[in-house]
Design a protein around this ligand. Structure first.
Ligand code: MLT
Length: 309
C-alpha cells in the first residue's frame, strides 16, 4: 500500500483531545508515570491528553473498557505488569486478552518492587520481617490495589516464597493503599518504587528491601532482597501505553515517536529517575519490543499465580 492508502483521519492525527485511561486511583504509580510522560507527549502532538482514572477489579475494569473503545487513537490506556500479564492467570474469565485486544504503543518505565511496612511494624529488617510474618501469619495483613494489580501479584509471589497467606486488604490503587500504610491502618505492601520514594524519604513508612539485583540510585540506603537475605524474591514491574486493537500503524507510530521524545527529555527523565523508575533503553521502546515483553510476562506470571477463588 502506498502512502495515499493511509486514511485522512490517521494522516492528520491527532486533531482533538486524547483520553489516557489510568486503571487505578489518582496519585498512585500508574497515574504519576502517566502524567509525567503524557504532559510531554501532548506538547509534541499539539493536543491535550486528559487522564481518566477508571478504578476497580485490580485495573481490569478500565482495561476492559479500553479494549472496547474506538480504535481511532483518541482512547489509550496505561497498562502494566498487572493489567497486561498477571491478570491473565488470575482471571480465567478476563473480558480482554492483552495480546489479542491491544496494539502495543510504547514502554514508559520499569518500576522495581519494594517490600514496605507501616512505620511502627515491629520487624526492624527483612530477616525479622520474614520471621514475624511467618509467626503471625493469622493476624498480619497486606494492602494491595486489587486482584491482578502489580502490588497484589508481587506480594503473592513474596507470600508464596514465605509460605504465608496474610489477609489481603484491597484498595483502588496503591495511592490510597499508601495513605493507609502511612496512617498505620495496614501492615505491609509490595509496591512500585515511584510510590514509595517520597514516603521513604519523608520517613513515614519502612522499606525492608528492593527486589532487584542492584540497589536503586534513588534509595541508596535500601538493601536489595539478596543483600537482606531473601534472594528468591525478585520483582520489577513496568508501565506502558496501549491502544485498542486495530488502531492504524500510522497512529501507533505517531504515539510511539511522541513517547520516545518524552523519554529523551531531560526534565521527564529527571522526574522519572528521581522516583526510582528505570527508563527503557532505546531497543526496548518499540511497539514490537513491548509486544514481546507482554508475551514473556504472561508466560512468566502464569505458573506463579493461581486464579482468585
Ligand atoms: C498496582 O499495584 O498495580 C499499582 O500500584 C496500582 C496503582 O497505580 O495505583
Amino acid at each position: 500500500l502506498g502512502a495515499f492508502a493511509v486514511p485522512a483521519s490517521a494522516q492528520n492525527y491527532p486533531t482533538r483531545t486524547i483520553t489516557m485511561i489510568v486503571p487505578f486511583a489518582a496519585g498512585g504509580p500508574t497515574d504519576v508515570i502517566s502524567r509525567i510522560v503524557t504532559a510531554h507527549m501532548a506538547q509534541t502532538l499539539g493536543q491535550s491528553i486528559v487522564i481518566e482514572n477508571v478504578v476497580g477489579a485490580g485495573g481490569t475494569t478500565a482495561t476492559t473498557r479500553a479494549a472496547r473503545a474506538a480504535n481511532d487513537g483518541y482512547t489509550l490506556i496505561t497498562g502494566h505488569m498487572g493489567t497486561h500479564a498477571a491478570s491473565v492467570p488470575l482471571y480465567p474469565k478476563l473480558a480482554y486478552h492483552p495480546e489479542k485486544d491491544f496494539e502495543p504503543v510504547a514502554l514508559l518505565a520499569g518500576t522495581p518492587i519494594l517490600i514496605l511496612a507501616r512505620k511502627d511494624f515491629p520487624p526492624k529488617d527483612l530477616k525479622e520481617f520474614v520471621a514475624y510474618v511467618k509467626a503471625n501469619a493469622e493476624k498480619v495483613n497486606a494492602a494491595h490495589a486489587g486482584i491482578g494489580s502489580v502490588s497484589h501479584a508481587s506480594c503473592e509471589l513474596l507470600n508464596s516464597i514465605l509460605d504465608v497467606k496474610p489477609v489481603g486488604v484491597p484498595f483502588n490503587g496503591t495511592g490510597p493503599a499508601m495513605n493507609a500504610l502511612v496512617a498505620g491502618q495496614v501492615d505491609y505492601m509490595c509496591d512500585q518504587i515511584v510510590n514509595a520514594v517520597p514516603q521513604i524519604k519523608a520517613g513515614t513508612i519502612k522499606a525492608y528491601a528492593v527486589a532487584t539485583p542492584e540497589r536503586n540510585p534513588s534509595l541508596p540506603e535500601v538493601p536489595t532482597t539478596t543483600e537482606a537475605g531473601l534472594p528468591a524474591f525478585q520483582a520489577q514491574a513496568w508501565n506502558a501505553v496501549f491502544a485498542p486493537k486495530g488502531a492504524s500503524p500510522a497512529i501507533i507510530a505517531t504515539l510511539n515517536a511522541a513517547a520516545i521524545k518524552a523519554l529523551d527529555d531531560d526534565n521527564v527523565r529527571k522526574r522519572l529517575l528521581d522516583l526510582g523508575s528505570v527508563i527503557p533503553a532505546p531497543a526496548n521502546r518499540t511497539p514490537e519490543a513491548l509486544a514481546t515483553l507482554v508475551k514473556n510476562e504472561i508466560a512468566k506470571w502464569t505458573p506463579v499465580l493461581k486464579p482468585a477463588s
